[in-house]
Design a protein around this ligand. Sequence first.
Ligand code: PLP
Length: 220
Amino acid sequence: MFNGHPRFWGYITSSATPIGALADFLASAINQNTGAFILSPLATEIEAQTIRGLAELIGFPRTCGGLLVSGGNVANFVCFLAARQAKANWDIKHEGLSANRPRLTVYVSQATHTWINKASELFGMGADSVRWIETDANQQINIDALERQILADRDKGVLPFMIVGTAGTVGVGAVDPLPEIAALCKQYGLWFHVNGAYGAPAACLPEVSEKYLKAARCKP
Ligand SMILES: Cc1ncc(COP(=O)(O)O)c(C=O)c1O
């Protein structure tokens, strides 16, 4: 594919940049192991600095944490595991998943990228732990249906732990109603995950409404 062609609208991948080509060249040439600070202090600092720069670009506090990973799937996997660890009401890291524990459930819209199928299967929860909530005419998650499903699940004794809001669906670039999702997460004690693989950079545009930025911003 000629991604750099001005009329290339086929997919997300944009044209290359000269500075990116140079950086890739340098990275390949020195082939650092970034597994720990001591293995490559300079690359670790570059990572930390890049995360601070990205945070600033999209209106996050520079003090937030972050990691550079290989792409959107892995970034979502890491957040999924963080959410599960934080919200399971037992020591899931040591005890794992078992029949004696309530089923953990995650809420996503029907327009969510397939990373969620992979995460639920890879991390042993099973595809039935994903609740696919209907979308409206704009491909955004239906908030009423979402809340109804959470309440129904709580009544059945399963343990809702996370809602996924997508900032830029892979099909049409729809942004879920993030402030409403954030409010539901607060109300029911759930982890609020925003998948910005496609659309997060839009948050740096001045015309993006303040309400989206406020919803997506983490606490310093
Ligand atoms: C919304 C969304 N999430 C996740 C991904 C997966 O990203 P990657 O292909 O970098 O693993 C994509 C890629 O198209 C995406 O658009």
